[in-house]
Structures are given as C-alpha cells and as structure tokens.
Write a protein that binds this ligand. Sequence first.
Ligand SMILES: C[S@@+](CC[C@H](N)C(=O)[O-])C[C@H]1O[C@@H](n2cnc3c(N)ncnc32)[C@H](O)[C@@H]1O
Length: 245
Amino acid sequence: MINKELVKKRFEKSLKTYNDNAIAQKHMAKTLIDYLPCYNYNSILEIGCATGILTGYIKEKLHFCQFYANDIVCKASKYIDKIIPGNIFINGDIEEIILNNKYDLIISNACLQWCSDIEKTISKLMKALNKKGILAFSTFGDNNLKEIKKIFNFENRLYSTEQLKNILNRYNILSFEEEEIRLEFDTPVDILRHLKNTGANALVQMTLTKSKLKNFEEKYCELYRTKQSVYLTYNPVYTVITNYS
Ligand SMILES: C[S@@+](CC[C@H](N)C(=O)[O-])C[C@H]1O[C@@H](n2cnc3c(N)ncnc32)[C@H](O)[C@@H]1O
C-alpha cells in the first residue's frame, strides 16, 4: 500500500526545488505530448500536475476550452494558476475523489505510479472520458531507479511493461512505448539529494544514520560508477489509450 500522507508531505516539500531537479520528468512531459494523436480538445483534465511542467507544454502545444488540474497537494494550484489562469483545480487523491465531469483528454505525467491500484484508477479515468476521449499518461516501468532499489533492497512495486500492457489490453492502445534514461551525478549523495528535491524520496520512510550513509556511498560507487560520475536509471513508459477502436 502507498503511504498517501507521506507522498503528500514529500511532494509538498519538494515543490520549490522540483522544476530545477526534475530532468527526467521534464523529458517525459515533452515526449508524452508528442504521442498525442490530436492537438484539439474541448476539455482537459491533468492528474498530478505539481508545479505544472506538463501543464506548460499543454498550454504551448494544445488547443482547449476548459482546463482542469488535479493534485493531492493543494499548494500545486498556485503554480497552475500562473500557467493557465482560469483553470479549475481539483484537490485530492485521484483514487478517492469523485469525477463528476466528462473530459476529452485526461493526461498525466509521472504520477499514476503513486496510486495503490493503478488498474482501478485507469478504469475510473476511462469512465470519465467523453465518447471519443483519450487517456494519455506516462509512468515508470520496473527498472526505474533500479540502483536505489538494489542497494536499499526495496520491494519493487512498479509494474513491468508486460504487466502494464496486459492491464491496458482491454482498451484500444494508440501508443505504448518505454525507454531508459541515465542521469549522471558527481556523488551518490547528489543522487539522494536529487530524489529528495523531486519528491521521489516518498518511496520509503527511512532515516540514514552516518554508517548507513557511508555504506550506501561505498556500495553505489562500487556498482554504478563510470569514469567521472555515478549514474541513476529512469524507466519511463508512455501510454495513449481510448475506449473505442
Ligand atoms: C513526479 S510529480 C509529477 C509532476 C508533473 N506531472 C510534471 O509533469 O512534472 C507527481 C505529482 O503527483 C502528485 N500525486 C501523487 N499521488 C497522487 C494522487 N494519488 N492523486 C493526485 N495527485 C497525486 C504528487 O503530489 C506530485 O505533485
């Protein structure tokens, strides 16, 4: 189960540092927009908008009349107001809130992996689409942050691409793509800082003692070092689905 209070707390804390550190998520937002089959929509709902990296691309690339933004963190709304004034902000956990409207496009970047039941959430979102509506989202495959998971021995709760595709097979899949991105850092501590600054440290509630930190640094350098840096892998998956064929 996902600790939603921790997710909320960590993302709220990272809002100020998110944009400068979310390199992979920025790339994902841009790529997701490129997979859309059409650039005109009457109504759009964005899930997990945070500081509005994807929102910025939506404003730049898409034509729309009504824009709805959602995030579990209420403070995200002030960032979205600056990008799309007049938006309607729906605060809350996407797994819990009731979606009363129907949308032409529901879109989400790097958020749905924080759902306890992604299959149920996708089904809920598909029911909130208009007849010819589209659900487009990016999430992460099970190789995401594999270095961190290995060293800390975290349980891997992310779906493999095959598992995710099986979930989506009941819908009409317009796009399903994955990639791996490697980010380079000077030291393992920079990697921990990077995770904190993007809120990804909500993965686990853990305090690092001095000796645990030293152990982490040594192990990281031993396993994931290139000549000048240490690396961290992101594994984005991009999906565009509809209810009709
Ligand atoms: C990695 S950030 C992605 C931010 C943004 N979509 C972007 O393009 O950069 C994930 C966001 O999803 C939000 N979030 C996580 N779980 C959520 C949930 N269950 N319901 C709504 N928002 C959620 C977090 O608060 C955070 O702002």
